[in-house]
Design a protein around this ligand. Structure first.
Ligand code: PLP
Length: 397
């Protein structure tokens, strides 16, 4: 009696990792170190704790599905500051939907924009990169669409090659999920690339769903955001939705707070849907979110901590394993020839848990899994542990 679509999903990459490593013993005499999950370990900012305490009397109230005006104002203010947007592009009253973490929202949004096919119609398609964040796949399936994987390989800066897209496929496409900076590869899409995807979205009338949750974790240059491109082109936000999260920006994954902005009608309908079935954020969480979006100082401190870890990676790994310094995010995407074998070796020789790229990717149309050669290494822990882990990694492979 379980939905057959759901049964076809591959499940979390972490389940596959447990099945791979649980039968094996980690190297003896070494403290096991985990570099798998993208959960920032930096201390959440004090302003968040203070805001939660200051509003704890509000836990007794039912919170509204669209957050609070202060929270939406803070989000609109941050977007305008971060992307230098013209006035009115984002409006705190009409096109911002605060959400309880972007994972849930990235999942649910596909249902808002996908019409189910009747039996003589072609199924709608949802395009997604491979490697990919596993929620996109589940979202496409559960919305009744065909998930179409587009390989995102080193040849194209780890973004899908747009020139290979069949116009017929684009015509039945309802959404295209893209992540920039990309998880797991850490590349940031160029303005030209984003403009090209946006033009495709307009031409074929689909929604470009940008997952920009790593937009604030960057090395040198702030990654370009889709809203800047919409602003420059003067095309409005009709064909885009973008998702941002405090989980990475403010090292606050447990707060479960982010937002979505874009096409006003979709945002309104999305808020309506969330009113039926979305967990809304408690009012103290809304207050904490407002405080965090209003502050950029803690984010700069956060970035500085990641830079130290990328410096360490550069020093320790040099040019081995195809190391490059990611433009954004906090993962290393290392070419180790066989990611699954390397993962086993790192566990048995170095007591390190990393994630094989294969578990984050699906085969493209050519039958090749673009993640096969890689491992993903999350640099989310303390600097000294990260240095130790990277040294063990270099010595074990
Ligand atoms: C690419 C990507 N998108 C979205 C999320 C979801 O983040 P959250 O639900 O914490 O906002 C994650 C979390 O790991 C992620 O890596």
């Amino acid at each position: 009696m379980i939905n057959s679509e759901l049964k076809r999903l591959r499940g979390s990459p972490f389940n596959a990792l447990r099945a791979l490593l649980d039968p094996l013993e980690p190297a003896a005499g070494l403290e096991p170190l985990t570099l798998t999950i993208g959960e920032p370990q930096h201390k959440p900012p004090q302003i968040m704790i203070d805001a939660l305490h200051a509003s704890e009397h509000l836990y007794g109230k039912y919170p509204p599905a669209d957050g609070t005006p202060e929270q939406r104002e803070a989000i609109a203010g941050w977007l305008t500051r971060r992307y230098g947007l013209s006035d009115g592009i984002v409006d705190a009253n009409s096109n911002i939907a605060p959400v309880n973490g972007t994972r849930e929202a990235l999942f649910m949004i596909a249902q808002v924009i996908t019409e189910r096919a009747t039996h003589n119609e072609a199924k709608p398609a949802i395009l997604l990169p491979t490697p990919y964040y596993h929620t996109y796949h589940a979202a496409a399936f559960m919305a009744g669409a065909d998930p179409v994987f587009m390989p995102a390989t080193a040849e194209h800066d780890f973004f899908p090659d747009l020139t290979t897209l069949d116009p017929e496929l684009l015509d039945r496409t309802t959404a295209f999920y893209l992540c920039s900076p990309a998880n797991p590869q850490g590349t940031a899409a160029s303005a030209e690339y984003l403009e090209e995807v946006l033009r495709l979205a307009i031409k074929h009338d689909f929604i470009l769903i940008m997952d920009e949750c790593y937009a604030e974790i960057y090395d040198c240059k702030p990654p370009v955001g889709i809203l800047e491109i919409c602003d420059e082109l003067g095309e409005g936000l009709d064909h885009v939705l973008t998702f941002h999260s405090l989980s990475k920006r403010s090292s606050a994954a447990g707060l479960r707070s982010g937002f979505c902005t874009g096409n006003t009608e979709i945002i309104r309908t999305f808020i309506d849907l969330r009113n039926y079935a979305g967990a809304v954020s408690p009012l103290p969480v809304c207050a904490a979110a407002a405080a965090l979006w209003n502050d950029d100082v803690h984010v700069e401190e956060n970035r500085a901590l990641y830079r130290q870890k990328f410096d360490a990676a550069e020093r320790i790994l040099g040019n081995r394993f195809g190391f490059y310094r990611p433009q954004g995010g906090f993962f290393l995407w290392l070419d180790v020839e066989d990611g699954v074998e390397a993962t086993k070796k790192l566990w048995t020789k170095g007591a390190l848990r990393v994630l094989p790229g294969k578990f984050l990717s699906a085969e493209g149309p050519d039958g090749v899994n673009p993640g096969d050669k890689y491992i993903r290494v999350a640099l989310v822990g303390e600097l000294d542990k990260t240095e130790e882990a990277l040294t063990r990694l270099a010595n074990s492979l």
